[in-house]
Design a protein around this ligand. Structure first.
Ligand SMILES: [Zn+2]
Length: 291
């Protein structure tokens, strides 16, 4: 069937995935009562909902820019069981495209939670962690990297406990970004904050004016296009709401493709704004059935 993809000007955006996983529904939908979210996202006996790990690969000629890396294969057995994530899948997607991990030139990380950066390393047969994309440069907001390494309190310490394990093997390949900017021609990182203090989304602009954005944890699933549906993890939910409204308005107006980092049904969508000012899905790219 091939990897689902979008065309945005001179870029092809391959919608790679690190497979499905599960996480607590209450954490994913914040203040929204379970009776509302469970209609679309039925919970299992451990209150977990099914989630995706979409990692777009932006290709232009020899450039291959990966956005987020999923969970990867570094979890312990107990963690894999808790999150219901068995295997690393990104390298399978690359293989399907006739590419190898060494072909990835840049990796943008929206933020450093384990479900976005766990795949920067791969555990080999001997059990040691090696860079998963050995020739890539890793583009991370400096503020995110600093907070992740020098967590100021217990809550953040838990959120970033994997960071040393993930970034120690990458050392010289990390490039720290200072705020919003176009860091690869046509590819910009936009600091939104909200979910974490320095969370960034990636925006790809084709020379024909068409546009794509990976909204990462600002709009993680199809249900999070609703204004008040935000994750309990957000450090500043009001900021998430503001940034989301601004980005979704623009996406609707300019007909952007957007990707959902964690939707279990749809990899990407175009949205519209109705006459009552509601954001709705217009066109979707569904996840391949075999996952
Ligand atoms: Zn996430």
């Amino acid at each position: 069937m091939g990897v689902p993809h979008l065309r945005v000007g001179e870029f092809t955006i391959y919608l790679l995935s690190d497979g499905l996983w599960r996480n607590d529904g209450g954490c994913m939908f914040g203040i929204v009562p379970r009776v509302l979210w469970q209609r679309e996202h039925p919970a299992d006996e451990r209150n977990r909902v099914s989630l995706g790990l979409t990692c777009p690969l932006v290709v232009r000629g020899k450039e291959a820019i990966l956005i987020d890396t999923g969970i990867g294969n570094r979890l312990s057995e107990a963690e894999s069981e808790a999150y219901c994530h068995a295997e690393e899948k990104l390298s399978d997607g690359l293989r399907e495209l006739g590419m190898e991990p060494g072909d990835v030139t840049y990796v943008f990380l929206s933020h450093l939670h384990f479900d976005h950066c766990g795949g920067v390393v791969r555990r080999d047969r001997s059990g040691s962690l090696k860079p998963a994309f050995p020739k890539a440069r890793y583009l991370i907001q400096r503020g995110e990297y600093d907070v992740a390494r020098n967590h100021p309190n217990v809550r953040l310490r838990a959120a970033y406990r994997h960071v040393e394990q993930c970034f120690e093997p990458l050392k010289g390949a990390i490039e720290l970004l200072d705020g919003t900017g176009e860091f690869v021609s046509g590819v910009s990182a936009l600091v939104t904050a909200g979910h974490t203090r320095d969370h960034q989304v990636i925006v790809v602009k084709g020379s024909d004016g068409s546009c794509f954005s990976h909204l990462a944890d600002i709009v993680p699933t199809r249900s999070h296009i609703k204004p008040a549906w935000n994750q309990a993890y957000d450090l500043d939910p009001l900021r998430t709401m503001e940034e989301k409204a601004r980005l979704l308005d623009k996406a609707a107006e300019e007909s952007w493709w957007i990707t959902f980092a964690h939707d279990d049904k749809f990899l990407a969508a175009r949205i519209v704004k109705t006459s009552e000012n509601r954001i709705e899905l217009a066109e979707v790219v569904p996840r391949a059935a075999q996952e």
